[in-house]
Design a binder for this molecule. Structure first.
Ligand code: SAM
Ligand code: DTB
Ligand code: SF4
Length: 344
């Protein structure tokens, strides 16, 4: 079967039935295959570490059924205005000191207004000057926005398709699936790296999880970064009481993402606070090569940094892409590496 050989070339013509049959493999077979693809294309001991910051929180006009920041749902998230550049920089420095190599700035907008771009561009320039990779997730981009962000030094733009095209209408009504594809195209054309994934555990079927991965894998280029989020159910949102996805089904989703997009970095994204350490270990084995580190995602919780450092130690994992010579004694990064590698 295609996708069963770890040397399978990058493909953009995945059929839904092929992806469904990967999901249907016996669990152990699927995991062995996914790990083989992972090890053939990536260092399986290295995990890319990103930290998120909500630079503009709440009050969003959109109706995404999962989102605590949509104004129309009563979730207790207080709307705040766009942060000041100096406060963002302080948080980026702290994230770098805790071991993050990429800093992701998120805004609860449908999309940025023209007047927002210079301020976000200033944030990007300053964070970049710290030696970190930069990522922004600001919603739908308008004319020229992607290029202006690129010119400011942005490395990645995160824009998720969230779910399969045939389930999308159950989750979001205020913008179309095609609007998202247009923004993804703007990102690609501007030469930014794409971070694009979705959410599982929103009541979709396995076929729809396969449809999400098919839509991602059949983009003109595979996203360099593929965040797979497990729904964080937030009281007040329409999905507050969604049935939790079976943990092994979530691991399967990571494994199939790994096989169909062999060169991409798959991120074990939101939902880690609700996962056991053992489940996360299975996700790393199945091909996850990135996490968000830091006690908060945008508005919801994430594991404690110390807990993640200990998990890395217990699994002999280490953070990827530190921007200084990590072996130079006395640097913050050397201390982090040492702390992560120390066997407890
Ligand atoms: N407003 C912008 C947008 O929608 O593109 C950027 C921020 S938005 C919060 C970024 C992504 O976070 C969403 O596309 C969704 O995939 C993810 N997300 C939001 N709420 C979530 C939740 N409760 N559980 C899991 N993922 C969530
Ligand atoms: C992504 O795919 N997940 C992140 C990031 N990209 C922006 C966001 C997760 C948000 C979880 C809900 C919250 O904390 O508000
Ligand atoms: Fe707004 Fe983004 Fe949340 Fe949708 S996901 S409601 S666009 S902040």
């Amino acid at each position: 079967m295609d996708g069963m050989n770890p040397d399978t070339p990058v493909r953009h013509d995945w059929k839904l039935a092929e992806i469904e049959s990967l999901f249907d493999l016996p669990f152990m077979w699927l995991l062995s295959r996914a790990h083989a693809v992972h090890a053939a294309n990536h260092d399986p001991d290295a995990v890319q570490v990103s930290t998120l910051l909500s630079i503009k929180t709440g009050g969003c006009p959109e109706d995404c059924a999962y989102c605590p920041q949509a104004q129309r749902y009563h979730t207790g998230v207080e709307a705040q205005k766009l942060m000041d550049v100096k406060d963002v920089l302080e948080r980026a420095r702290a994230a770098r000191a805790a071991g993050a190599s990429r800093f992701c700035m998120g805004a609860a907008w449908r999309g940025p207004k023209d007047r927002d771009i210079p301020k976000v561009a200033a944030m990007i320039r300053e964070v970049k000057a710290l030696g970190m990779e930069t990522c922004a997730t600001l919603g739908l981009l308008g004319e020229g926005h992607a290029q202006q962000l690129k010119d400011a030094g942005l490395d990645y733009y995160n824009h998720n398709i969230d779910t399969s095209p045939d389930y999308y209408g159950e989750i979001i009504h205020t913008r179309e699936f095609e609007d998202r594809l247009d923004t993804l195209e703007d990102i690609r054309v501007a030469g930014l790296k794409t971070c694009c994934g979705g959410i599982v555990g929103m009541g979709e079927t396995r076929a729809q999880r396969a449809g999400l991965l098919q839509a991602l894998a059949n983009l003109p280029e595979h996203p360099q970064s593929v965040p797979i989020n497990q729904l964080v159910p937030v009281p007040g949102t329409p999905l507050a009481d969604a049935q939790k996805i079976d943990p092994f089904e979530f691991v399967r989703t990571i494994a199939v993402a790994r096989v169909v997009m062999p060169k991409s970095v798959v991120r074990l994204s939101a939902g880690r606070q609700q996962m056991s350490d053992e489940m996360q270990a299975l996700c790393f084995f199945a091909g996850a090569g990135s996490i968000f580190m830091g006690e908060k995602l945008l508005t919801t919780g994430n594991p404690e940094v110390e807990h993640d450092h200990a998990l890395f130690r217990r699994l002999d994992l280490h953070p990827m892409h530190l921007n200084v010579d990590v072996h130079e004694p006395g640097t913050v990064q050397a201390d982090i590496l040492e702390s992560c590698m120390h066997v407890v």
